[in-house]
Design a protein around this ligand. Structure first.
Ligand code: ZN
Length: 95
């Protein structure tokens, strides 16, 4: 899925409002971006996939990684981050 010409876009995307969050359950580090109040974009690294037991289990059961939001704990982690204002729909440009 990752074509060379999209790498620059991905880099831009990474710096645009993405937050690195560690799952409270498994410790997997994922990059999360709140693209809108209803939609959260989660980027899983291969390492995070290995670290998250629930994610790995669901993938092993045949789910496509792109469709897996992550483990239950990660979703709670993200929701908490949103409530605490650490994850906002708009990219924060403050240092
Ligand atoms: Zn997890």
């Amino acid at each position: 899925m990752s074509r060379p010409e999209t790498l620059a876009d991905q880099r831009l995307y990474l710096e645009d409002g993405l937050r690195q969050l560690a799952c409270h359950g498994c410790g997997a580090l994922v990059r999360v971006k709140k693209t809108s109040p209803q939609h959260t974009s989660i980027q899983w690294s291969t390492r995070a996939v290995r670290e998250c037991a629930e994610f790995a289990t669901r993938v092993a059961l045949g789910e496509t990684t792109a469709l897996v939001d992550g483990c239950t704990t990660l979703r709670e982690t993200i929701e908490r981050a949103v409530r605490e204002g650490r994850l906002e729909a708009k990219a924060a440009s403050s240092a």
